[in-house]
Design a protein around this ligand. Sequence first.
Ligand code: PLP
Length: 675
Amino acid sequence: MATKDEYKRLIPGRIIGVSIDKHNNPALRMALQNPRATHSARKSNLNICTAQALLAIMASMYAVYYGADGLKQIANTVHKYAKDFAEKLQNHGFKIVHTQFFDTVCIEIMPDTWQALRKNLEKNGFNIRFKSADTVCVAFDELTNTTEVDTLVHIFSNFAPKQKNVAKSIGINKSLLRKTPFLAHDVFKQYRTETELMRYIKQLEQKDLSLTHSMIPLGSCTMKLNAAVELLPVSWQTFNSLHPFAPLQQTKGYQILLDELAQYLCDITEFEACSLQPNSGAQGEYAGLLTISKYHAAHKQSQRNVALIPSSAHGTNPASAVMSGMKVVVVKCDEHGNIDVNDLQEKAKQYQDTLACLMVTYPSTHGVYETAIRKICDIVHQYGGLVYMDGANMNAQVGLSSPGAIGADVCHLNLHKTFAIPHGGGGPGMGPICVNKKLAPFLPSHGFLDKNLRKKRLGAVSGAPFGSANILLISYAYIKLLGSDGLQKASMYAILNANYLKSRLEKHYKILYTGPHGNVAHEFILDMRAYKNTADIEVEDIAKRLMDYGFHAPTVSFPVAGTLMIEPTESENKAELDRFCDALIAIKQEIEAIAEGKADAQNNVLKNAPHTLAICTANQWNYPYSREEAAFPLPFVRHHKFWASVGRINSSYGDRNLICTCPPLASYSEEEIKV
Ligand SMILES: *Cc1c(COP(=O)(O)O)cnc(C)c1O
């Protein structure tokens, strides 16, 4: 999605903008973090968290490789094929519906010919669009060749109209052609061989601290292993070259696979039915809430539009509620981080005539299994509402408990979290929803699959009938490979790993919330707020310092400001968990050194983190600690040093100077920078 300059601060999702780092070097960063980050977007109506980042990168590299002239050439070729085809059909007397077109030609046919035409085309390997009884559309792209155009013309010629139409002038009107330059940045001119492009992509990749370096302990994100064998089928042509609207009789294999996956997900959630449409957890929330509304409407209760949401909820929950036309009422949490059951009871009663649902995350975003969860669901049901369970934390439930068992009515599953679809950098993901018997008749439908169901059920929530069908293969493989035993073990190890980390770290840091037996679920929160007073250290300083130790920061300031939320997942072994603990414990000692006056209050390893290679190898070194303390604070760091590519980023500079398209970087380093 793109917009005019005047709307750039309003668009959903994240914008990557240009800022500067501590050393005045240009640095790219997510712009306007604070008001728009999903974690704090309570009042926002933007429910985008997981996006299609990887796919956007693929598209951008297409542009990098071809540049403006290459893209223009491709466009001209595509149009030439379309025009050539249209002109030849005109010669056979066909009527072309639109005289102006780019790549798609719509043709009038005789209604009594379409079945035979279709059969003939399919026999020759072509799927085209049968738009209505007397109109078909054929689209061309740069993979088309002249033989294909000739074959198509030949097939059509057998079905030419008896009454010949007069040929018209067709194509693109010259006045519509773009004359201004585009893709002017150097990047679109520099990488025109596969070798160069490969190196460019590798350079970019090497700036990234990924799961190939060390654990990514992002709480609420479940950054687990994405096994190579699960990813392989995504690149098989037999799966990835199918059009989402390919005739159903051509996609039977896919359908079996998707049916089985839906059944597995129902089995895991102990629910009745599943929709594979939503492309992210947040889109699942949206679809689930609309399903709930549809249910209420069918029971003549369409006034039910209040969504109760606990204060600990992920930002997408209230945003999805607002988007689906509901009113958000916040429910308090108690001092242990649990839903305040009395407050819930009061609010459910107060809104008993208009209560649509409760949205609840289980185990909660505070990292504990709420012991009152069944009671919570009962209360909501008692006052006529339904329970939406946010399934982002299913990695602590699969095989051990289930949304069905706790009494929920509908949930989404973030397949990119619990079910192994890689989502570093923001996506892609999939957020199918599962529902119980009550809601099954109201799940989203899709006109392509079933034209008759649309009246009673929800319409489509996604363009394609099975969302991002291709990446569903990953979750399918993950489930098939692990089996019920393996899936259950994965949950158990995820919980065990979190509790191991907790038991080592609680001797050094405050654990914000634990369950009644002192345990946590698959993640937990470290409270860093005290160090602001003792050492003027903020949670951000700790997050940045972790990079010097070779670790990605945990989730910062969600769901509680000034804290870190840590989720190790089942994928990490004890050695890695220990390295991560060692790093955090060493950082605690660094904080104490500041608090005790042994290290400088402002000029210290935390405030100056991360330390880049350029800084550590410069002739000048003006810091009151050694280069070794900066870059190699623990022995293990030496074996596998990750260098952050830029120093501490100046966030407010980037927000004040929001630049979304990147001018040549050279122009930055020369610019005088006032902060
Ligand atoms: C990740 C997450 C979401 C949003 O899911 P997306 O797939 O990113 O849209 C919602 N709730 C919680 C608790 C989450 O952790």
